[in-house]
Design a protein around this ligand. Structure first.
Ligand code: ADP
Ligand code: MG
Length: 350
């Protein structure tokens, strides 16, 4: 480990950027955050904050000059921007990984190529492609790029519904067969430079309106699913030559078949409980991996449940008293919006 600690540049200033900056501070790593939101919450937690659009070359350069190593809190940064930064500073995870994962079609193809199961899907560029893939109905049409929290998705039960949907074919989509979900789980895994890993135990997730509502450990799953979800996450991170923390989201259907839903090449909302339930959080582990610090053995402290606080629900929490097993995080977002993640509560359990 080098004696001088690097300054970590973080692209993106939302709650994930805030939590990365806080975790870095805890281990005496200074952070520079760049965000296209002037009111980005992370400005409260980092050492230096730069407000700029992600295509502003001068500002990007100022950010690069102020950082020794660069990482990011969200995967949809323009690939060209990341690529340019990586010519001047090490960027972890590698921007080439983003290129694969930014697009649901290339992401799912990658997963299938390494012999890991996903739901059935097809690329949809025009209406006829839908007509030719009616065996995937009932299904969900998902925009290939820039979708999150269910945005850019259409549920389609039958071809009769197409005329009502008003699909914008300027975008490309995948049509994915709907499966009957028994459960959703995720694996948070951190991969370090020397091809070593730390995986947290599987986390059980509940979504409401396609937004994560709550996460808990232990997940109520069988041993086979437990082992397979971890071993697939390891395989994915290894094949991507990934450095840092990532998340693999899974579906389990009513026959207990496991599918990878999607990969997030970053820290993830379902891993927030690791802040309180483990000795080292997903955020600290990310900082450790990308800054090449020592890997510390993971120890679970407690079972836990995390509840996302969405939209105006936040006002009910801001003046609430909490017991000493409850940890409330207010993301300090300046405006409350419907369906916006405003904070979370983690409850430690026996
Ligand atoms: P996002 O990128 O917006 O998170 P996802 O593909 O993860 O999009 O979909 C959001 C949620 O919608 C999932 O967590 C799951 O609850 C539900 N969902 C998505 N695809 C399917 C599917 N093929 N079958 C059943 N449910 C699905
Ligand atoms: Mg998802």
């Amino acid at each position: 480990m080098s004696a001088v600690k690097p300054i970590l540049g973080i692209i993106g200033g939302g709650q994930l950027g805030s939590m990365l900056a806080s975790a870095a501070k805890k281990i005496n790593i200074k952070t520079v955050v760049i965000s296209d939101d002037e009111a980005a919450p992370a400005k409260n937690f980092c050492d230096k904050f730069i407000y700029a659009k992600y295509n502003n070359e001068n500002k990007i350069d100022e950010f690069v000059q102020a950082s020794n190593i660069v990482t990011f809190e969200f995967e949809n940064i323009p690939y060209e921007t990341l690529k340019k930064i990586s010519q001047k500073r090490p960027v972890f995870p590698d921007p080439a990984i983003n290129k694969i994962i930014q697009n649901r079609y290339t992401e799912k193809n990658f997963i299938n190529q390494i012999e890991i199961k996903t739901t059935k899907f097809a690329l949809i560029k025009k209406k006829e492609d839908l007509l030719n893939n009616k065996d995937l109905l009932p299904g969900i049409l998902k925009t290939c790029t820039l979708g999150y929290d269910g945005k850019g998705q259409y549920k389609i039960n039958s071809l009769n519904e197409l005329s009502n949907l008003n699909i914008d074919f300027n975008n490309e989509y995948i049509l994915e067969k709907t499966i009957t979900l028994k459960k959703e789980i995720s694996i948070i895994i951190t991969r370090f430079k020397n091809n070593t890993y730390q995986a947290y135990e599987p986390i059980e997730n509940i979504h409401q309106d396609q937004i994560l509502k709550s996460s808990k450990i232990p997940a109520r799953i069988d041993q086979l699913t437990f082992d397979q979800s971890i071993s697939w996450a390891k395989k994915i991170s290894e094949k991507l030559n990934y450095i840092g923390t990532m998340c693999v989201e899974y579906f389990i259907d009513q026959n207990n078949i496991l599918y990878v839903n999607e990969i997030a090449p970053r820290v993830h909302n379902s891993g927030h409980l690791t802040i309180n339930a483990y000795n080292i959080s997903q955020f600290e582990n990310h900082v450790r991996a990308v800054c090449q610090l020592d890997k510390i053995e993971l120890k679970k402290i407690s079972n836990a449940e995390m509840i996302n606080i969405i939209g105006k629900e936040i006002t009910n929490y801001q003046n609430k008293k909490f017991s000493n097993n409850e940890f409330f995080f207010d993301y300090l977002k300046e405006t409350i919006k419907d369906k916006r993640k405003m904070g979370h509560l983690t409850i430690l359990k026996d």
